[in-house]
Structures are given as C-alpha cells and as structure tokens.
Design a protein around this ligand. Structure first.
Ligand SMILES: [Zn+2]
Ligand SMILES: [Zn+2]
Length: 306
C-alpha cells in the first residue's frame, strides 16, 4: 500500500448531494481514520463506497490508537445507516509473524493479538495480514512459524463468536517475503483450519508482479483456476484492487490507479463480474496523488460492474 494513502478527505465540507451510484458488488477503498475510527465510515460513504478498509493503528508505529467505547455499537449503527459491509482492518506493517528473532517475534505476536482485539472491539468482519518475512530461515519454516504465531496470538480469543475472520494476503513475493504464490497462502490457511476462522485476501498488484498472468483474458482465467485449486475461490473474501506501476514478474510492489498501470482496466472487469467472486469485497489501495483520486478509483471500479 502506498504511503500517500494517509491523506484524508476533508469532513468539514458538506457531503455531496448526489447519492452514491448503486452497484451489485461490494466496492470500497482503504479509508483514513483521521479524527476517529467512526469518521472513516462517513468518509467511505461520501466516497461512494459500500465497504471499507482501515488501519486500527498507525501503520508504521507500534502504539495502537486509543479506542473510544462503545465502538462496536457506534460502528454497527453507522455501517447500517450507510450500508457499509464488510468492515476490513489491515494489520500494521511492522507485524512479522515469521520473524526468526525471538524478541521481535514476541513483539509481533503481542501486536497481532492487539490487532485481533481491536478488530473485535469494533465488530470488524475481516483482519488482513501479510504472512511475513522469513529472512534468516527457509520458506517452509517461515510458513510454519507464521501459522504457529497466529494460533498463539489468538489463543483464548473467540473470533468465531465475534464474527471475525483473519485473511492471509498474497504478496509481491520479493526475496524473503512469504505469500508470493497461492500455494503458500493456502498452506498457512490449511494449517489454521479448525483453529481460527481463516481465509484469504488476494491483491491484484501483488498477483501480477509475483508473475501470474492476469492481463490477458486466457491468463486471467488460468490464474483464477490456479487460485481455485489452491486457496479456493470461496475462500477469497477480499480482493485488493490495485493496478501496478511495475512489470509482471518484477516483484516490485507499487500500486497504481485503476486502468492506469501495467494491469489495465479489463482484468478488473473480469474479476468484478465473475459470479464465483460475487461474495467478495473489492477494495482499492490506490495512491492519492491529487485530491479526489480516491473517489475516481472507486468510481472506476463501480463503472466496470455490468
Ligand atoms: Zn501492496
Ligand atoms: Zn493489498
């Protein structure tokens, strides 16, 4: 996700009068929580979204936000009012559950437990997690470590009761990062099956730069077939819709505006209209280079729904 994502929409200005365009898909964007978590719901609505993703802590600091109480009731009320579902939380980037340093691993497990507790405190549906970096170990040990750390971090917490599912996100697959293939994401999910509610988040930019063909129509359908035989399309609960600045296979994670990158618009049309993915939430994590870019990217995705 780009750093510029933090720039927030000004809530002091009146809401646009035109009601948001309706769509049969759940479409949203990573939304700023400046001024309080509840403001994100208002912002998402004004951007024309019917789902949203937020951070529940500053993405590159260990200290979590102070949560007001009772957040869950407040968020459920706002989400019902604005028809926002699901609520997706993205885990802080510092959390690395595959860390081989015991001290940092402990810190990551504690931080991730905090992420789970905060997600439950705001009645979120999904908590997205990158499977981590295995520097200092091998990939297989890293995948095992991540699954074990998720189990440890959630011990004694009733996610099922809270309606929270952890989503493992596929990554760009750079040198030591886990999750660069669907098989790796599936392995973490399989290991946690029956231990904690777990499924997947698939990022289009990550998939493309990791080397999968999603640009040609035949390539996209082949990639979807691979996704189905590994993770299972039913288990893909969130699709991060990001175009890419870098080439396919480059392993460089740089998000671009929908239709303006090396992926282009058409692959998003296929994903948004494939009935096997109609249950998923489609959430952009596109850059905000100019004010209004967030609204434009949401609109671009909505226009692709047939
Ligand atoms: Zn990314
Ligand atoms: Zn993503």
């Amino acid at each position: 996700m780009p750093r510029s994502i933090a720039r927030e929409q000004d809530l002091s200005r009146p809401a646009p009068r035109r009601p948001p365009r309706l769509t049969s898909r759940r479409i949203g964007i990573h939304t700023s929580t400046a001024g309080g978590i509840h403001n994100a719901a208002e912002r998402a609505y004004r951007l024309g979204c019917n789902t949203l993703q937020i951070f529940s802590s500053s993405p590159r600091q260990w200290a979590p936000y102070e949560l007001s109480f009772p957040l869950c009731e407040q968020m459920l009320r706002l989400r019902a009012q604005y028809d926002l579902k699901p609520l997706v939380i993205h885990t802080n980037y510092l959390v690395n559950l595959a860390n081989t340093n015991q001290l940092f691993l402990k810190k990551s497990i504690e931080a991730f437990r905090g992420e789970v507790e905060r997600a439950m405190a705001m009645c979120a549906d999904y908590l997205v997690l990158h499977p981590g970096s295995f520097r200092g170990a091998d990939r297989e040990a890293g995948l095992l470590q991540t699954a074990a750390a998720i189990a440890a971090a959630t011990q004694g917490l009733d996610l099922m009761q809270g309606g929270l599912t952890i989503l493992i996100e596929n990554t760009a697959g750079s040198e030591f990062s886990l999750g660069g293939s669907f098989e790796q994401v599936a392995e973490v999910i399989d290991r946690l099956h029956g231990i904690v509610p777990i499924a997947a988040c698939i990022d289009t930019c990550h998939t493309h730069v990791a080397g999968y063909d999603i640009v040609t129509e035949a390539g996209m359908y082949d990639t979807l077939r691979q996704l189905d035989t590994t993770i299972g399309l039913n288990n893909v609960k969130v699709i991060h819709c990001n175009d890419a600045k870098a080439a396919r296979g480059s392993k460089l994670d740089r998000h671009q505006h929908i239709g303006k990158g090396t992926i282009g618009k058409e692959p998003f049309r296929i994903l948004l209209n494939d009935l096997r993915l109609a249950h998923a939430a489609f959430i952009a994590e596109t850059p905000i280079d100019k004010p209004g870019d967030d609204r434009k990217n949401v609109e671009a995705l909505k226009k692709l729904v047939a």
